[in-house]
Design a protein around this ligand. Structure first.
Ligand SMILES: *Cc1c(COP(=O)(O)O)cnc(C)c1O
Length: 420
C-alpha cells in the first residue's frame, strides 16, 4: 500500500501546489473542483511574479529592452501552446481571455459572415453554455437553424443520430471534446471527418480535454479548437483559439483597436497579420507567459503519464462511489481500468439537494461543485435542476477519494436520519 502511494504521480508533484497545503474549516483541504478551475503550480506563480518584477512592458513595436523581453516571452508562450497541441504554424494560436471569448470570436467573425437562412449548425445537448449561447445569438441574427445531437442509452454522444442530422445544409459543427458534466469523451475524429465530407467546418470545445489528454490538432483535423488556461494550471484571464491558418486568414477581425492593425487612416484601416489581427488591445501578457510555464510544467510530466494516472484515479473513484447505492451518476461508466471517461463524477442523491451535499462536505474541507455546471439543457433532460460534481486532476490522491466518499456517505446518512 505505501509502496503504491509513494510511486503515484500526485505524491511526486503535490508539493508543487502551495494552495493544496492548507486546512479549510479545520480539515486538510481536499480540492475536487478542477473541472471548474485547476490549481496552479509554484512555477506558474513564480513566472507571473517574475514577469512583473523584471520584464513588465507593453509588447510589440517597443524598441526598449523590457519591451523586447516582454514580446519575446509573450510570443514564446505562443510557440509553447502551438507545440503543446501540435499546431502546424505558430500563428494558428490566438490568445483570448478564455474559451468563451474564443468561441465568440469564431461566432462573430466567421459564423455571422457565413451563415444564411436555412443553414444548419449541429451541436449537442451536453454543451457548456459557452458553446450554446453564441450559436443561438448567431442563429437569431442569420436565420440559421441549430440541431442538437442527443445521448445514447449510456449517456454518451449519439453518433448514429449525428449521422442522420448531417446534410449539405450543415455549415458548422460545434461539439465538446470531453463533457464537463457527463465526463464522456466524444469521438471527435469521426465527428470531424463526417462533417468535412459534407463540407461543414468543425469547432471543438477542448476545455476539459487539453488539460488532461495529449491533443494533436493536426491528427484530429478540427478547423478550430478552444481552451481556457485556468483549467490547465495557468492563471485566469488567458485562453486560446486554435484555427487552421487558411481559415483564420480568411476571417475578418472580431474586435478593432490597437495591435490588430497594419495602418490606420482617418477614413479606414488595413488589417494586421495573423495572429495579431485577432488580438486587439494590450493582451494579458503576464498571464500568457504564465500559460507558457503551465504548458512547460504539464509537458515535463508528460500528458500520457498524467492521463494514465487520472485513469487510475477514475477507476478508484468509480469503484468507491459504487458502494453508495443511492447515487445517480450521470454519463458513461468507466472500464475497470478507468478508461472511457474523464476523471469526474456528476451525481444526485434522491431527496437531497446537491447544494446541501456540497455545503456539508465543505465543513469537512472537501471542495466539490454543485449546480448546473453551465449545462442547464442537459440537466433538464435528466429532470434535475443541478447536480453535485467531484472532479479530479493529477494532484489528487486515492486517500482524498477515500475521505470524500466516506464524508459523502456520512452526509447522506445524516440527511436520511433527519428525514426519517
Ligand atoms: C469551463 C468550460 C467552458 C468555458 O470556459 P471559460 O473559461 O469559462 O471560458 C466551456 N466548455 C467547457 C466544456 C468547459 O468545461
Amino acid at each position: 500500500m505505501t509502496a503504491i502511494k509513494e510511486e503515484t504521480l500526485a505524491a511526486k508533484i503535490r508539493s508543487d501546489f502551495p494552495i493544496l497545503h492548507q486546512e479549510v474549516n479545520g480539515k486538510p483541504l481536499i480540492y475536487l473542483d478542477s473541472a471548474a478551475t485547476s490549481q496552479k503550480p509554484q512555477i506558474v506563480l513564480d513566472t507571473l511574479r517574475h514577469y512583473y518584477d523584471h520584464d513588465n512592458a507593453n509588447v510589440h513595436r517597443g524598441a526598449h529592452t523590457l519591451s523586447i523581453r516582454s514580446t519575446e516571452a509573450y510570443e514564446g508562450a505562443r510557440d509553447k501552446v502551438a507545440k503543446f497541441i501540435n499546431a502546424q504554424f505558430r500563428e494558428e494560436i490566438v490568445f483570448t481571455r478564455n474559451a468563451t471569448e474564443a468561441i465568440n470570436l469564431v461566432a462573430y467573425s466567421w459564423a455571422l459572415n457565413h451563415l444564411k437562412p436555412g443553414d444548419e449548425i449541429i451541436s449537442t445537448v451536453m454543451e457548456h453554455h459557452s458553446n450554446l449561447v453564441p450559436w443561438q445569438i448567431i442563429a437569431t441574427k442569420t436565420g440559421a437553424v441549430i440541431k442538437y445531437v442527443g445521448l445514447t442509452e449510456n449517456e454518451e454522444f449519439d453518433l448514429e443520430q449525428y449521422k442522420t442530422l448531417l446534410s449539405e445544409r450543415t455549415k458548422l459543427v460545434a461539439v465538446v471534446h470531453v463533457s464537463n458534466t457527463l465526463g464522456c469523451i466524444n469521438p471527435v475524429e469521426e465527428i470531424i471527418s463526417l462533417a468535412h465530407k459534407m463540407g461543414a467546418k468543425v469547432l471543438i470545445d477542448a476545455c476539459q480535454s487539453v488539460p488532461h489528454l495529449a491533443i494533436d490538432v493536426q491528427k484530429m483535423g478540427c478547423d478550430w479548437l478552444v481552451a481556457s488556461g485556468h483549467k490547465m494550471c495557468a492563471p485566469t484571464g488567458i485562453g486560446f483559439l486554435y484555427g487552421k491558418r487558411e481559415i483564420l486568414e480568411a476571417m475578418p477581425p472580431f474586435m478593432g483597436g490597437g495591435e490588430m492593425i497594419s495602418e490606420v487612416f482617418l477614413e479606414n484601416y488595413t488589417v494586421g497579420e495573423l495572429p495579431h489581427k485577432f488580438e486587439a488591445g494590450t493582451p494579458a501578457i503576464g498571464e500568457a507567459i504564465a500559460l507558457g510555464a503551465a504548458v512547460d510544467y504539464l509537458s515535463a510530466i508528460g500528458m500520457d503519464k498524467l492521463h494514465d494516472y487520472e485513469e487510475e484515479l477514475t477507476a478508484y473513484l468509480f469503484k468507491k462511489l459504487a458502494t453508495i447505492p443511492q447515487l445517480r451518476i450521470y454519463g458513461p461508466k468507466p472500464t475497470p481500468e478507468g478508461k472511457g471517461r474523464a476523471a469526474l463524477a456528476s451525481f444526485n442523491v434522491e431527496g437531497i439537494h446537491a447544494s446541501d451535499l456540497s455545503t456539508l462536505l465543505d465543513h469537512e474541507g472537501i471542495a466539490i461543485r454543485s449546480g448546473h455546471h453551465c449545462t442547464q439543457p442537459l440537466h433538464r433532460l435528466f429532470n434535475a435542476s443541478g447536480s453535485a460534481r467531484a472532479s479530479l486532476y493529477f494532484y489528487n490522491t486515492r486517500e482524498e477519494i477515500d475521505a470524500f466518499v466516506k464524508a459523502l456517505k456520512e452526509t447522506i446518512n445524516f440527511f436520511n436520519s433527519v428525514m426519517d
